[in-house]
Design a binder for this molecule. Structure first.
Ligand SMILES: [Zn+2]
Length: 286
């Protein structure tokens, strides 16, 4: 599933080709993409308008058209944007045709969970994001004390806390595992139990792994591709994620896999001590 680095990688690849151009035609082949809005309603709101900016908040791509009309695109499990794909490209659901010289863009999505939603007026846009998207990890407001304050009183495991988009935006399964390993925090530890220094370490680790992921053009472990078809490379730099049975890069203990927050989770239980009441998960070799 694309997380912040993957979505931002897509945004950076596509934005320079589209910003400033007028949307001539929005071809929606799959009405489920924009439901409950009918494709005709979405087309009426956006066609003929100039795309002023392509922004991102959390995992949302925000297509800001003139007159405060915004299209909010979420890639969900398998969505991506492709530049100038051939007609008949597999899994194409939507195509954006812009006026003037430059490429077309298609939204392709094998599993069809991706969405396109409309916000008319900047107040509506802020209300939409305010209800769904929390603090932006690359913003100035994301500090150790801010993370500590958000976690205070929460009994949920710290991993579930990191995955909750309404608190910290953009972190998904991969980057949560990698950040918790670097901060030496067990994924099942209660979010509210972390200390101020631990909150600072976790904040720094979240920013570090997201930056590393972005620098590598994201991670490709299943469908994710850049808009030109190239794969990301961050999967080659995972320290724990998908490394079950391999030795921890820090201490040599075997990395284990278990379920936390409903997701397959990887950790070194020597570096990331289980909280009281949680037994160590069995190692493969044992
Ligand atoms: Zn270790």
């Amino acid at each position: 599933m694309p997380e912040l680095p993957e979505v931002e990688t897509i945004r950076r690849a596509v934005a320079p080709h589209l910003e400033g151009r007028v949307l001539d035609e929005l071809r929606i082949d799959d009405p489920r993409w924009c439901q409950p809005l009918a494709p005709a309603e979405l087309r009426a709101a956006l066609e003929g308008r100039r795309l002023e900016r392509l922004d991102r908040r959390g995992k949302y791509l925000i297509w800001r058209f003139e007159d405060e009309a915004s299209l909010l695109v979420h890639l969900r499990m398998t969505g991506t944007l492709l530049l100038d794909p051939l007609a008949g490209t597999k899994y194409e659901r939507v195509r954006f045709l812009f006026a003037g010289a430059g490429p077309e863009v298609a939204f392709c999505d094998p599993r069809r969970f991706g969405t396109g939603e409309l916000a008319l007026g900047d107040d509506a846009l802020e209300a939409f994001l305010g209800a769904r998207v929390g603090i932006e990890p690359f913003g100035d407001a994301f500090t150790g004390p801010a993370l500590h304050a958000l976690a205070r009183g929460r009994r949920a495991p710290i991993k579930a806390f990191l995955l909750d988009q309404r608190r910290i935006a953009g972190v998904g399964n991969i980057y949560a595992d990698e950040a918790l390993f670097r901060a030496r925090l067990h994924p099942l530890r209660a979010a509210g139990a972390i200390t101020r220094p631990q909150a600072q370490e976790l904040r720094d680790a979240v920013v570090t792994v997201l930056q590393l992921g972005l620098g590598a053009g994201g991670a490709t472990i299943d469908d994710f591709r850049h808009p030109d078809g190239v794969e990301g490379a961050f999967q080659n730099d995972f320290l724990v994620h998908l490394r079950r049975g391999e030795p921890c890069v820090t201490c040599g203990t075997e990395v284990v896999k278990f379920v936390a927050a409903g997701r397959g989770t990887y950790a070194c239980e020597s570096c990331q001590r289980p909280p009281r009441g949680v037994r160590r998960h069995p190692r493969r070799a044992a």
